[in-house]
Design a protein around this ligand. Structure first.
Ligand code: HEM
Length: 180
């Protein structure tokens, strides 16, 4: 596989970023909801350290991904089985993914900064974790988490529809299996 994308498949860099991001986003959604429901302060702090660290890593990776598309690589052409409306929906879905991921990272960082929890979690500052709901960024973070989960289901559903109903081996474009 080449570093850069071709007209019919994504390149190695785009494929690697896609799958790392996919795994991290699933882990972030699960750990975020789990952290919300934890009542034990030490367990909650431990999980939030991982969650916040991973969220910041995904922020950096997403910015790198945007830079990669802007300055280094071009997306493959839409699959031949995709109508122009479907391909516009797919492009919009991808753009919304970026917007929500950036918004999740910004609101997550906002919560930790405004509440002082960043210092408690990462600099051993004394005190208990706050009720994050007292801080405004908690609202978009909760809505964005649900929107991201819904978008993920839509995205995976569309990919499975292509792969198994249209049988166009769309997974090969993103590094899984062979093209026809
Ligand atoms: C793409 C990145 C991220 C995703 C997908 C994500 C996802 C989530 C989800 C789904 C929740 C649970 C929401 C709810 O219960 O309503 C959550 C909670 C939370 N997240 Fe994130 N998050 C991300 C990034 C971050 C970052 C970068 C930080 C901090 C630097 C952060 C800090 C928190 C905190 C403090 C909570 C609240 C826990 C509570 O209310 O007890 N998140 N996150």
């Amino acid at each position: 596989m080449r570093w850069k994308s071709t007209a019919d498949r994504y390149g190695m860099v785009a494929v690697a970023i896609h799958w790392i991001t996919a795994a991290a986003i699933i882990a972030l959604i699960v750990s975020g909801f789990r952290a919300t429901n934890l009542t034990d302060p030490a367990a909650k702090a431990g999980l939030l350290r991982v969650h916040a660290g991973m969220g910041i890593a995904i922020l950096v990776l997403t910015l790198a991904r945007i830079a990669w598309w802007l300055f280094a690589d071009d997306k493959p052409s839409p699959a031949s089985t995709t109508s122009s409306l479907q391909s516009r929906i797919a492009s919009a879905t991808h753009a919304i993914f970026y917007v929500i991921i950036l918004g999740m990272a910004a609101s997550g960082i906002g919560m930790l900064v405004l509440s002082g929890a960043g210092a408690i979690l990462f600099a051993n500052a004394p005190g208990a974790l706050p009720d994050f709901w007292s801080y405004l960024p908690r609202i978009p973070h909760g809505i964005g988490g649900r929107a991201l989960a819904a978008l993920l289901v839509l995205h995976v559903g569309a990919a499975l529809y292509h792969q198994f109903i249209l049988r166009d081996r769309i997974f090969a474009r993103i590094g899984i299996g062979r093209a026809k």
